[in-house]
Design a protein around this ligand. Structure first.
Ligand code: FPP
Length: 247
């Protein structure tokens, strides 16, 4: 996540594949808090610390793009006070981190639709995205009010409108055309998808993009995730042989 470093040995997977893009489903904040008899918000607060640690660790490893699942389109089902806590933590994170992100040449990108959040939070996100838009060292992608099925539905709708307008032939719709319509169009292909807390599912996250990604599940709860945990995931990736359907 800093200026593009030469690939470290840990970044070189089977077939010499370099790890460019890591996505993380940050799960287990609630269980972390419960185990300590703390309110859920304490778990989310510790989760935000884990975000800071992980971004520093990814930066050291020279990873070009990190995508974090911070708030899913299904998370609106949570109690209002928890949503307010998560929104507050997001604002705190932006206040505390945007200067550093910008100085490190990191571009902030949002996938999903953050305009569903309260106006002050949405405006802070817009300002951070605009401020860092020209940065090229690396990209931090935060999924906010994101759901993969919603992303695909939006993409299909846009393509259908082009077909209806006569500017796109149905035969011209290829996987590449669909990919170019997704929120992730300008990002490197997803290499590694990590989920913490022992749950083994994708929960509507990057379903299209994960087609050939390596999946890594760890029992570690998100608030406990750290440099060593990221290194373990990267080591695991380095031992995989990526075949993309070939032999
Ligand atoms: C899942 O844990 C985590 C979330 C729904 C939110 C993730 C948010 C953060 C890590 C904090 C703020 C983020 C940023 C980018 C600053 P859970 O509550 O579902 O855990 P549980 O399954 O143990 O209940």
């Amino acid at each position: 996540m800093t200026r593009k470093a030469a690939p470290t040995p840990a970044q070189t997977g089977g077939e010499g594949a370099v790890l460019r893009h890591v996505a993380i489903i940050m799960d287990g904040n609630g269980r972390w808090a419960k185990a300590r008899r703390l309110p859920r918000v304490a778990g989310h607060r510790a989760g935000a610390e884990a975000v800071r640690r992980t971004l520093r660790a990814a930066s050291k490893l020279g990873i070009e793009c990190v995508t974090l699942y911070a708030f899913s389109s299904e998370n609106w089902k949570r109690p209002e006070d928890e949503i307010a806590d998560l929104t507050g933590l997001m604002k705190q994170f932006l206040r505390a981190e945007v200067d550093d992100l910008h100085e490190a040449g990191i571009r902030l990108k949002i996938i999903g639709n953050h305009h569903a959040f309260e106006p002050e939070a949405a405006a802070m996100v817009d300002a951070a995205v605009a401020r860092t838009a020209a940065n090229t060292a690396s990209t931090l992608v935060v999924a906010l009010n994101y759901g993969s099925q919603d992303e695909l539905a939006r993409a299909m709708r846009a393509l259908a409108q082009q077909v209806q307008a006569g500017t796109l032939a149905p035969e011209a719709i290829t996987p590449a055309v669909i990919a170019a319509q997704l929120d992730t169009a300008d990002l490197p292909p997803l290499d590694l998808l990590i989920r913490t807390s022992g749950e083994v599912r994708l929960s509507n996250f990057l379903l299209w993009q994960a087609a050939y990604a390596e999946l890594y599940f760890t029992e570690t709860l998100w608030p406990d995730f750290d440099e060593a945990a990221l290194a373990a995931a990267v080591e695991s990736y380095a031992c995989r042989e990526r075949r993309y359907g070939g032999r």
